[in-house]
Design a protein around this ligand. Structure first.
Ligand code: TYD
Ligand code: MG
Length: 454
């Protein structure tokens, strides 16, 4: 086949490709990030047409999932690993990705499957030490230290494992690409080779990828569209909780989370995350309230904390951890306008306890209540949970899955639920609940219902 060499320029940050050099990447707007790449393009030959089926006849038989029996992991994967699928597990360095993968491999090997673990960053001894710490000694876990994808594919072809894990994709290179390992081109090319192999041999592949805070190194973000499933392993290194979150899943729902605890001897599953997240909640202090949040198909109670203090500077700072700072700024503005409190000269700190991140709008009411509680130094009854979206006019809007939230709050012994009025009306028809439900319409109602008596 005739080969044609072609010069292209590639952005080192986002992978944008251009035929000519540009000072600024038109896609991610980074300056001076385009570098020259030589791309060898095989001229497309005329091919015989591929096989065509009909939708009706297409089979789903191959979707026999590989169940890991780590239920938190199976949950985020949508019920196990699909054969021939490419799963990317991303996360900050040191968060526990290699630990998770080793435990996953051990779970699969325990079911009498051969599994192959290829590492490009650690030595055999390091892996062995980790395995000893985790008390993993399965015979069926095969180990290789290798950086070349072509060689990895050859190994997998020979061994025929039930699963291949590659740790990490940033350390891999393909012989057919000229640039250095870790560059966008190499990461993308290596993934594409593993993808082709996964699809043709029906071998599921798990890739580990480091995410860097500034995203400057070729991160897994450029790979998200190539792989079938993207999971992010999150958590604060100072906390023991680790959350595995589905960001993309071609074979299941997104927004699922799996909760783990990082212990001395590895990650252990958390079956009752609400109890864990509320374990250290201070009782009877202002600025704290509990929110029944729903992550995917599961309710989790979390504590929303706020600290409002007068600023030593003229204008207050706003800091939010575990919540969207923009959203907090918006809610602050709503409070100023609708309740008439003065916040511009106050420093506002908002935190979701335990290092979990909440993205759903139901958090709004929790933020409002925590802020007011701290500002007025009024304690919210520790048996109260709140949830609801807050609009710009100060109206409290309905959020979904209220029954699930109610059930979880009741299970953990809460007695009162402050919620949007429309949701309260729907829940009234519910046969058995011994929780007191208070429906509210506006942010002013929060003040009347929660902070009446001093
Ligand atoms: P690791 O899996 O190496 O992280 P990654 O692959 O994401 O870089 O785990 C790193 C941290 O986890 C390390 O700081 C030590 C801690 N750890 C435990 O607390 N308990 C354990 O059993 C193991 C294996 C690691
Ligand atoms: Mg690692």
């Amino acid at each position: 086949m005739a080969k044609k060499e072609q010069l292209t320029f590639l952005c080192g940050k986002c992978g944008f490709e251009s035929r000519k050099w540009l000072g600024q990447c038109p896609d991610c707007k980074k300056w001076d990030s385009m570098t020259e790449q030589v791309k060898t393009n095989a001229r497309t030959a005329r091919r015989a047409p591929g096989k065509i089926s009909t939708l009706q006849k297409a089979s789903t038989k191959e979707l026999q999932r590989l169940v890991t029996s780590i239920s938190e992991l199976d949950r985020v994967l949508g019920g196990g690993i699909v054969p021939g699928s490419l799963v990317l597990i991303g996360g900050d360095p040191g968060i526990g990705k290699s630990t998770l993968i080793l435990q996953l491999l051990s779970a699969l090997a325990g079911n009498n499957n051969k599994v192959l673990y290829v590492t490009g960053e650690e030595s055999e001894q390091q892996i062995k030490m980790r395995a000893e710490r985790l008390s993993i000694e399965d015979e069926q876990i095969f180990l290789a230290t290798e950086n070349c994808v072509e060689s990895i594919i050859a190994m997998a072809t020979e061994l025929k494992p039930a699963l291949l894990a590659v740790d990490s994709i940033q350390t891999m290179y393909s012989e057919e690409v000229g640039s250095a390992p870790g560059s966008v081109t190499q990461v993308r090319e290596s993934t594409s080779r593993l993808l082709t192999h996964a699809k043709t041999s029906n071998l599921p592949v798990i890739l580990i990828g480091h995410v860097t805070k500034d995203g400057s190194i070729a991160g897994p973000r450029v790979l998200e569209h190539m792989v079938d499933t993207v999971l992010y392993f999150e958590g604060d290194r100072g906390h023991i909780f680790r959350i595995l979150r589905t960001v993309k899943n071609r074979f299941g729902s997104t927004n699922e989370i799996g909760v783990f605890e990082m212990k001395e001897n590895g990650l252990s599953e958390v079956d009752n995350p609400s109890a864990l997240f509320l374990a250290e909640r201070p009782q009877n202090v202002p600025g704290s309230v509990v929110l029944p949040s729903v992550e995917g198909t599961r309710p989790i109670l979390v504590e929303v904390q706020a600290l409002v203090t007068s600023s030593s500077l003229g204008t207050g700072r706003r800091t939010a951890i575990g919540a969207d700072p923009q959203r907090v700024a918006l809610l602050t503005a709503v409070l100023e306008k609708k309740i008439g409190v003065t916040l511009f000269d106050q420093d506002i700190f908002l935190n979701i306890a335990g290092g979990i991140r909440i993205d759903e709008p139901a958090l709004d009411l929790g933020v409002i209540v925590a802020l007011l509680s701290s500002l007025h130094e009024r304690i919210v009854d520790p048996g109260v949970v709140v949830c609801g979206e807050v609009g710009l006019a100060g109206e409290i809007r309905a959020v979904g899955q209220m029954e699930m939230r109610l059930g979880e709050a009741q299970r953990l012994g809460f007695h009162t639920f402050l919620m949007p009025e429309s949701s309260a009306m729907q829940l009234e028809s519910l046969p058995s609940t011994n929780m007191k439900i208070i429906g509210i319409k506006t942010v002013q109602d929060v003040v009347t219902h929660l902070f009446v008596a001093r």
